[in-house]
Design a protein around this ligand. Structure first.
Ligand code: ADP
Ligand code: MG
Length: 319
């Protein structure tokens, strides 16, 4: 199969929201009047961002999901995606499954694949996403203020637990394993949450590299510190069943969750709780923004501070 046949067969579904989609030298897009365009690119390399042999359908999903997650973290509504892909071989079954996973997630969020590039090489997937946000409404990392609450969506730590299971480092029961591996391989970008947080959140980021590390970016950009309560961190059944020391580490420093971490004034607590109910997505208040250097202190129930040096998650965060 030639490159053009391949593109035509797998990546040329209609893109009704584009003026012109796949097939010309460029796509043509018409952003909604008055909106700002939010753009982000993320690359996934086999062996670095996903395990060799990862299910192709899930990889198609995840490649788009991690990009849409960045739009979610900005409070942008997703519109278009571009896919640059290097493939070692034209494996038709693999391509069909990959495209299925990608288009299924795109369809869920009204995103159109409007172009890309296809080449032969070691498996590598780079997706660019474009979204829209009203001027002044984007959720920036800079914006967290002293006294704001720190919130997190979902159950951070589950993706790392899924990875540990795949690596044979923990043994989960079948239901927990399926759940956590799905969190790892098929994360759900929190796009609706992001849009609904416009005007509520003062700062936001998506958790791709671990909660503390990503919170650190918000603190640095905002010039503030944070104090978190370990006991407030949300725990699913799967997390509750896993060894305590691992769970702490995964919650604070495990990557790949693609949940949103955001800050908001205490005046918005009721509205955020209602939002959680409305979305059917846990939103948990885990601490507060405090004055001081851009560092997060994590306190145990007895008031002792989790020591990132000896707690064991620092090397994990930098792995
Ligand atoms: P060019 O030579 O101008 O770069 P290409 O032959 O690379 O054009 O691509 C032809 C058309 O197919 C373009 O519209 C491009 O955006 C699209 N395309 C190529 N690869 C992909 C892909 N993996 N997914 C979506 N569209 C693609
Ligand atoms: Mg090209």
């Amino acid at each position: 199969m030639t490159e053009f046949e391949l593109i035509n067969r797998y990546f040329n579904r209609p893109a009704p929201s584009a003026v012109l989609g796949v097939g010309d030298d460029c796509a043509l897009l018409a952003p909604s009047p008055g909106m700002q365009v939010a753009v982000s690119t993320d690359m996934l390399l086999e062996g670095r961002h996903f395990l060799p042999g990862t299910d192709a359908r899930r990889l198609g999903h995840k490649s788009l999901a991690v990009n849409l997650s960045d739009l979610a973290a900005m409070g942008a509504a997703a519109r278009w995606a571009f896919l640059a892909i290097a493939l070692p071989a034209a494996d038709e079954q693999w391509m069909a499954a990959f495209a299925e996973g990608l288009y299924a997630l795109a369809g869920e969020h009204g995103v159109d694949l409007a172009g890309g590039d296809t080449t032969r090489g070691p498996l590598c997937i780079a997706i660019t996403v474009l979204g829209e946000v009203p001027p002044g409404k984007a959720l920036r990392r800079a914006g967290a203020g002293v006294g704001d609450d720190v919130w997190v969506s979902g159950m951070p730590g589950e993706a790392a637990l899924g990875l540990a299971h795949l690596r044979g480092e923990v043994k989960l029961d079948a239901a927990a394993a399926a759940h956590c591996v799905a969190r790892l391989e098929a994360p759900q970008p929190r796009l609706e949450l992001g849009v609904r947080l416009r005007g509520l959140a003062s700062g936001a980021i998506d958790i791709s590299d671990g909660l503390l590390g990503d919170l650190g970016h918000v603190l640095k950009a905002s010039g503030v510190g944070a104090q978190l309560q370990l006991a407030l961190m949300p725990r699913s059944d799967a997390l509750r069943a896993a060894p305590e020391a691992l769970v702490e580490r995964f919650q604070l420093a495990g990557g790949d969750d693609y949940e949103l971490l955001f800050t908001a004034a205490p005046a918005h607590r009721a509205e955020i709780a209602a939002l959680a109910t409305g979305l059917g997505l846990p939103l948990t208040r885990i601490g507060a923004i405090v004055p001081g250097p851009p560092r997060a202190r994590v306190l145990r129930a007895d008031g002792r501070e989790v020591d990132p040096g000896r707690g064991g998650f620092d090397h994990f965060a930098s792995a």
